[in-house]
Ligand binder design. Structure first.
Ligand SMILES: [Zn+2]
Length: 81
């Protein structure tokens, strides 16, 4: 299973929406830059960064994905983005 990562806007922001598609399961994970798990997958050599999911669905409307991510921002008490 090779995650494909799609980053919108500026990946250097502390809170930035990240959508990861798992080709094996056809599920799309909505997550955030701040949910990145450091060090996981180390040594495998072929893994991109790993993230804790905010929510995983088979199908997302773009507006829904943004709404879920914005809810995460409010939950995190962030005033970034
Ligand atoms: Zn975040």
């Amino acid at each position: 299973m090779q995650p494909r990562r799609v980053v919108f806007e500026d990946p250097s922001l502390p809170h930035q929406i990240v959508l990861t598609m798992h080709q094996g399961s056809h599920r799309i994970m909505v997550t955030c830059n701040c949910m990145r798990i450091a060090g996981k997958g180390k040594g495998s050599g072929c893994r991109a960064a790993t993230y804790e999911p905010i929510e995983v669905r088979v199908r997302w409307e773009a507006a829904e994905a943004l709404a879920v991510w914005r809810a995460h921002l409010e939950g995190a008490g962030a005033d970034a983005a």
